[in-house]
Write a protein that binds this ligand. Structure first.
Ligand code: R5P
Length: 313
């Protein structure tokens, strides 16, 4: 991973230059990024100048370095778009059942599927959305949908993540969709994680909230029990907060549950143990540790290229 410097660049800088460079010198675009950019280039350039077509901002648990940008060329939003489009171009084929993720990065993958269905490049795609907002976006793009109750032979799921460690284990759920995401992504033959480079971490739980979805009933009691779990309370600086929305109202998930966000000053020493202890607490519905699930991670980089990292075997 390249080091980050805290610097803010004008958004207009960069992507145009990188795309022009990529078009003139395709070999300068890393790996399979070249094949991604070449066919899409004529239509991609004008589109990248627009603001991203994502749904209205959702309440998100804060991320410590959310505004951090690498000194480079493309903005964080542009990295998300490039990586979201590439995931669809590389992993989605006609006739597939596709898990549709949630969040600002996954929204670009959904957008690309809609676009390719409309143009006829893809046909007979059926999606399974991981949240109500993804469902709305997919329906607006005329993507046919089913639920897990109808089918669960998912060929590929594409979703963002809040943190990715070197084993491709993840923290997810800062957008509140963790339960449905985990249900869908556990069924997928291929789970493609799409992130910009700022999401790569050496360990899990250190760059912002680690969400836990809990039943509303006796949530304070459940939160206290979570804080007291050996693998949680042992982590330096551990604290727990009920996620709020609009100031003083608890945030509610699509499943009408609450979210307890855990914060730490250092990464979880044993994420597997923490996952198992969390699920042992009555009242915990699901947690945001997605361990041993991702099969590949596509990482959007500040120079407009994409790295593909396979799960270490
Ligand atoms: O609940 C939200 C999901 O887990 C998202 O995949 C995650 O928060 C990443 O979202 P974004 O791509 O907006 O950073």
């Amino acid at each position: 991973m390249e080091p980050f410097r805290k610097a803010v660049l004008p958004q207009s800088l960069g992507v145009t230059a990188v795309l022009l460079l990529s078009l003139r010198h395709p070999s300068s675009v890393a790996g399979s990024s070249a094949s991604f950019l070449r066919p899409a280039a004529p239509s991609l350039l004008p589109r990248l100048r627009q603001r991203p077509l994502v749904s209205a901002p959702q309440p998100q648990a804060p991320r410590r370095h959310q505004l951090r940008m690498a000194v480079g060329t493309v903005s964080q939003d542009e990295m998300k778009k490039i990586v979201g489009y590439k995931a669809v171009d590389d992993y989605v084929k006609s006739d597939m059942l596709v898990g549709l993720g949630t969040g600002s990065t996954a929204a670009f993958a959904v957008e690309r599927i809609g676009e390719k269905l409309k143009s006829g490049e893809l046909s007979n795609i059926v999606g399974i959305p991981t949240s109500e907002r993804t469902k709305e976006q997919a329906l607006s793009l005329n993507i046919p949908l089913v639920t897990l109750d109808d089918r669960y032979d998912i060929d590929v799921a594409i979703d963002g993540a809040d943190e990715v460690d070197p084993n491709l284990d993840l923290v997810k759920g800062r957008g509140g969709a963790l339960l449905r995401e985990k249900l869908v992504e556990e069924c997928a033959k291929e789970f493609v994680v799409i992130v910009d480079e700022t999401k790569l971490q050496k360990g899990l739980g250190v760059d912002g909230a680690m969400p836990v979805e809990v039943n509303k009933f006796c949530w304070k009691f459940v939160m206290d029990r979570i804080k007291g779990l050996p693998s949680i309370k042992a982590v330096k600086g551990c604290r727990a907060e009920l996620r709020m929305q609009d100031g003083d109202k608890p945030y509610e998930t699509d499943n009408q549950n609450y979210i307890v966000d855990l914060y730490f000053d250092e990464p979880l020493a044993d994420a597997k143990q923490a996952a198992s202890e969390l699920l042992g607490v009555t009242g915990v519905v699901e947690h945001g540790l997605f361990l041993n699930m991702a099969t590949v991670c596509l990482v959007g980089k500040p120079d407009g290229t994409v790295d593909a990292i396979k799960r270490p075997s």
